[in-house]
Design a protein around this ligand. Structure first.
Ligand code: NAD
Length: 495
């Protein structure tokens, strides 16, 4: 049994709480380890370590921060397969997908390597006679990051590299379902040479989260997870006077217009709906088929689904792995039944596919003629279920997105530039894809949804991330004319 502990003050820190939780290999259904669940005292120890590291770290030069971040980036690249293997073993995602996750995390570390350029301030020379005004951005102090199970490597790297590059210190509370990859990444970070206490990891559950969001020495909280917990963490953190950003759940729509390249759209729908078993906050869960696109598109998706290979993430032939837990699988299966009971057409029923062993596998499902009052439409299912809603017009599809409470991503498939441009304005979502089903921004833009998909006014990573992790200080300076102190510079002062 693998026993996962904390990393506090630069060293592995055995649990003292006496509480732990089980870790499973979702492909076998077997328990493979335990994870320590931190007590309030353990969280306090991690925050104290980060607090005492802050004074020194915030004064470390940009040159040194950059050098260490490059070391970390290189260690990540060298150990990418090790991170991917840990992801696959505890999350269940296929290795290709796991490697993709690591690569997208590294993208954020590479952005943080550019901190010296990105943190340059603003300067107004000669605002008045002899007066200059300039703005610098200072770190906040200790920042906490609370992350979900579905991207246990990438989402922490949306946060701590930028926060630490800005001069903050960090306490990460990863998901208790798959904590090995983030802990391994934190060990690589230590190995890169960052001082102890700059990055701490406390494993845990609600107890740890509640302590982090109330702790007086935590100055900011970055959260990514489901909408109810995002709302709760945002409310608690801000009530405790902290800066907070909380990314929530999603229900991402993909509108397919009749003029779209339907093969391209069907390929995109299959990979965006079923990749990572649908456990992505940017997964496509609703296809809005406009006009006569519907029948052809549903058939094109169905044909592709037959070829999808579902199996253990570690098998190179697998294209989709199991779900995260037995409960998640059963909950998702319940939605297929709810859809059937509500009257939609179950084109492919994932429950029909049999799997050997006790893994948390579920086949892929396609539901057609879904209507907006059905629970398969209203709820975030977070599993390999794709709903198709039929619409008579583009406007009906765009209105559907506007009426939906979530607003993470939205995509359109069309060959018409005018329609695409209109959609980019109409889509009530923070990230928009044009013939791109999962428009996760590159690391030098920022990630974040709208409406119930995000709380707080700064999106995560990229330039918005740097603004979230720093606060401005404006300096107004006046220097007397040097001649008044007897220094003759040889030039008259020009008032
Ligand atoms: P979750 O909300 O259950 O858990 C997220 C974190 O909150 C975990 O660290 C967990 O320990 C903690 N937590 C859980 N319950 C809590 C409680 N009652 N009080 C305090 N803390 C609590 O989410 P999850 O199941 O791990 O992840 C899946 C969800 O995350 C989906 O809804 C998905 O859409 C969302 N997600 C969103 C984004 C985004 O950027 N918008 C990215 C990835 C995942």
């Amino acid at each position: 049994m693998n026993e996962i502990q904390h990393l506090i003050d630069g060293v592995a820190s055995p649990s003292t709480s006496g509480n732990d939780g089980p870790i499973f290999d979702p492909a076998t259904g077997q328990q493979t380890g335990t994870v320590a669940l931190a007590s309030v005292a353990e969280v306090d120890a991690a925050v104290a370590s980060a607090r005492s590291a802050f004074d020194g770290w915030s004064e470390v030069s940009l040159a040194r921060r950059t050098k260490l971040m490059y070391e970390f980036r290189n260690l990540l690249v060298a150990n990418a397969d090790g991170v991917a293997a840990r992801l696959s073993a505890e999350h269940g995602k296929v290795l290709d997908d796991a490697r993709g996750e690591v690569a997208r995390g590294i993208e954020n570390v590479e952005f943080a390597c550019g901190i010296a350029d990105a943190l340059k301030g603003l300067h107004s020379e000669g605002a008045s006679t002899g007066v200059d005004v300039y703005t610098v951005r200072r770190p906040l102090g200790v920042v906490a990051g609370i992350t979900p199970f579905n991207f246990p490597a990438m989402v922490p790297m949306w946060m701590f590299p930028n926060a630490i590059a800005c001069g903050n210190t960090f306490v990460l509370k990863p998901s208790e379902r798959d904590p090995s990859a983030p802990l391994f990444i934190a060990e690589l970070f230590q190995e890169a040479g960052f001082p102890p206490g700059v990055l701490n990891v406390v494993n845990g559950d609600k107890v740890a989260v509640d302590r982090l969001v109330e702790h007086p020495d935590v100055k900011a909280v970055s959260f990514v997870g489901s909408t109810p917990i995002a709302r709760y963490v945002y409310a608690s953190a801000t009530a405790n006077g902290k800066r907070a950003q909380a990314m929530g759940g999603a229900k991402n729509h993909m509108i397919v217009l009749p003029d779209a390249d339907l093969d391209m759209a069907a390929d995109a729908a299959v990979s965006a709906a079923y990749g990572s078993a649908g456990e992505r906050c940017m997964a496509i869960s609703v296809v809005v088929a406009v006009g006569d696109a519907g029948d052809r598109l549903v058939e094109a998706i169905r044909v592709r689904m037959e070829k999808l290979v579902i199996g253990p993430g570690t098998d190179p032939a697998s294209e989709m792995g199991p779900l995260i837990t037995r409960e998640a699988r059963d909950r998702v299966a319940g939605y297929i039944q709810a859809g059937a009971d509500a009257g939609c057409r179950v084109v492919v029923d994932g429950r029909d596919q049999a799997f050997d062993g006790d893994g948390f596998f579920l086949g892929v499902s396609l539901l057609d003629h879904v209507t907006t009052d059905m629970s398969v439409y209203t709820d975030e299912i977070f599993g390999p279920v794709l709903s198709v809603v039929r619409a008579d017009s583009y406007a009906e599809g765009a209105q559907m997105i506007r009426d939906n409470p979530f607003g993470n991503g939205a995509a359109i498939f069309t060959r018409d530039g005018g329609a695409a441009r209109q959609f980019q304005q109409d889509a009530d979502a923070g990230m928009v894809g044009i013939n791109v089903p999962i428009p996760v921004p590159v690391g030098y833009h920022s990630f974040g949804g709208w409406n119930d998909s995000a709380f707080g006014d700064h999106t995560i990573y990229g330039p918005e991330g740097l603004r979230f992790y720093t606060r401005p200080k404006v300096i107004t300076s006046r220097w007397p004319d040097p001649s008044t102190s007897g220094v003759d510079l040889g030039f008259p002062r020009n008032d």
